[in-house]
Design a protein around this ligand. Structure first.
Ligand SMILES: N[C@@H](CCC[C@H](N)C(=O)O)C(=O)O
Length: 311
């Protein structure tokens, strides 16, 4: 049996509602887009509403399952959509969007329905996913927002008075891709200690909801190297919305000459096509790593102040 057949068998054989087996076990799928990894729980048949502590435990790489985010499928509100996708950061905060997560969700939902396209509801709106080859998914993503209120910033970008600068990270471009991003262009991405430089910017009072901090190097007219220090303070192997933000920012500032951009991230390549109306098509690989069950009661050891069981 090929890997694809095994995956499809799991997805289709998994009974709806297996999210909550009788003995308190909750089924999950672990998947990733270029190493940006997610724990997915299907809460369509039976709601799954994890506490912050539960989310922190699930995402913890030492004490839980481990992932950059927890994804929960909910029953969609619109009939033409396959699921409503909720996205939770490792601290329990709900993110408005995560495009690698949406690509992974699209893959799982298309496998489940044996279809080539899918419409997914997110709190940021509807997103269409399409197969783009074996374990490759494209998303069509709506236009970005550029005004400071929508990012959101505390005021206009040019009034930040250095609050958004950090050493060689200066003159950011702010864009909301559904979630907030700052993109900094630098001559050599790999020479920088990105977490140390990005952390003070991310926590700046000029970013009322913080932001994902992208550090980008233009390597040719159609290629960018990028790393993203995501909210709430993790350097991820890849970031779909960050790739879109960097490609758009580079295009707007004439740093690249092609509307078809390859974004090279530590975990691999994402392709971003910038359409005439600044809508985007984001394409890249997705992988299903494994499936399993967890006991939600494990999370009780994660109190609001952190992990109480393993101090
Ligand atoms: N941490 C982010 C959401 C995650 C973005 C993601 N990795 C992507 O692929 O777009 C946030 O808080 O906005």
């Amino acid at each position: 049996m090929s890997r694809k057949e095994v995956e499809r068998e799991w997805v289709t054989a998994k009974p709806q509602g297996a999210a909550h087996a009788e003995d308190g076990l909750i089924a999950f799928t672990k998947c990733h887009g270029l190493g940006n990894d997610f724990v997915v729980v299907d809460g369509r048949a039976e709601p799954f509403e994890p506490s912050d502590a539960c989310i922190r435990w699930i995402c913890n790489r030492h004490l839980g399952i481990g992932g950059d985010q927890l994804l929960v499928f909910e029953t969609p509100r619109k009939p033409e959509t396959a699921a409503r996708l909720r996205i939770y950061n490792i601290d329990g905060m709900e993110a408005e969007t995560c495009l690698n997560a949406t690509r992974c969700a699209a893959w799982l939902l298309m496998e489940e329905a044996n279809s080539d396209s899918v419409m997914i509801e997110t709190i940021g709106g509807l997103i269409r996913g399409q197969r783009a080859g074996d374990h490759r998914v494209s998303l069509t993503v709506g236009s970005a927002k550029w005004d400071w209120q929508s990012i959101p910033l505390a005021g206009p970008l040019d009034a930040a008075n250095g609050l958004l600068d950090s050493g060689p990270l200066a003159n950011p471009i702010a864009v909301n891709m559904g979630n907030p991003h700052l993109v900094y262009f630098v001559p050599d991405r790999d020479a920088l200690d990105v977490p140390a430089l990005a952390e003070p910017v991310q926590k700046s009072s000029y970013l009322p909801q913080q932001a994902n901090i992208g550090v980008a190097e233009v390597v040719s007219v159609d290629r960018i190297k990028l790393v993203v220090y995501e909210r709430p303070g993790i350097l991820t192997k890849a970031c779909g919305s960050g790739a879109c933000a960097a490609a758009l920012a580079a295009w707007k500032k004439n740093r690249i000459l092609s509307r078809d951009v390859t974004v090279e991230m530590p975990g691999g390549l994402l392709e971003v096509s910038i359409l005439e109306d600044e809508a985007l098509v984001l394409t890249g690989s997705v992988s299903v790593a494994f499936h399993g069950f967890f006991q939600s009661s494990e999370a009780r050891h994660f109190g609001p102040g952190g992990n109480t069981r393993f101090p």
